[in-house]
Design a protein around this ligand. Structure first.
Ligand code: ATP
Length: 248
């Protein structure tokens, strides 16, 4: 992986500052079952925000609503001045809101190049730019460019998924379970990239089960339990609270 601090993604709008993300009284349901019961969160502009909590707490659901992939039943999410609930998903994407979902969201039966080609259709970005930027960030993907994405290692698939997000040079990036199923060395590399992206000027919200890994890179953190935010604050104050929640 290379340091991206001096590079700009294709289709980039580098002068635009990252926005803050504000969540107010958010409720969301699957059918008649409510899983978010009034969530309030403040993600400062340009920060890395770690959302922690046990399985089933509602973290992925919250990210889905925050990125416009799922509608809230009450409350709202503001990204800068944009109300997420009233903005079509394509418009949010054009404004630089991007999510790397749990499970990676790549096409396993297409090669790395074919995956990259699909992403060029989105914003009139040239294949040359996309490949250049991707291979500069993740050189291993150049070696794998003719390989079916589904046959790569978990870490390489995660790199491809992140590349897809970076193609649009997002101002807000949501990362769901970045480290799932990956070896610690790869996780450390990916989190190094998260730090680099943040320094480049991006607001990042990450959902993570590995508390120590997430808190090491985060500027702010929150712990979610049963569809509610139990506690939020500085990472240093969260480690113990997170541990007690997990043990409980
Ligand atoms: P995990 O780390 O296990 O993914 P999470 O904190 O991200 O957990 P969610 O995936 O948001 O939690 O799930 C919150 C609740 O919503 C859980 O009870 C889950 O079973 C339920 N749920 C999630 N997705 C769906 C769905 N598509 N349909 C119905 N219920 C769902």
């Amino acid at each position: 992986m290379t340091d991206q601090s001096t590079t700009t993604a294709p289709g980039a709008a580098p002068s635009q500052l990252p926005p803050s993300v504000s969540v107010r009284g958010l409720r969301a349901s699957y059918g008649r079952i409510e899983v978010l019961h009034g969530v309030d969160l403040e993600v400062p502009a340009g920060s890395v925000f770690a959302l922690l909590g046990p399985n089933g707490a509602g973290k992925s659901t919250l990210l889905k609503v925050m990125s416009g992939r799922m509608r809230a039943t009450a409350g709202d999410v503001m990204i800068g001045d944009t109300p997420v609930g009233k903005t079509p998903a394509e418009k949010l994407a054009r404004q630089g809101v991007c999510a790397v979902p749990e499970g990676r969201g790549i096409f396993p039966n297409l090669t790395v190049r074919e995956n990259l080609r699909i992403w060029t259709y989105r914003g009139g970005i040239s294949m040359k730019d996309v490949e250049e930027h991707t291979y500069e960030t993740f050189p291993v993907l150049k070696e794998r460019r003719r390989q079916l994405a589904g046959t790569m290692s978990g870490g390489e698939q995660q790199m491809l998924a992140i590349s897809r997000a970076l193609v649009t040079n997002p101002r807000v990036l949501y990362l769901d379970e970045l480290s799932m199923g990956l070896a610690p060395l790869i996780v450390a590399e990916l989190y190094e990239l998260v730090g680099t992206l943040s320094r480049r000027g991006m607001t990042i919200v990450l959902v993570e089960q590995f508390v120590t890994t997430a808190l090491a890179v985060a500027d702010h953190a929150a712990i979610m339990v049963h569809g509610r935010i139990e506690q939020q604050g500085a990472p240093a104050d969260m480690a113990e609270a997170a541990l007690s929640v997990y043990l409980a």
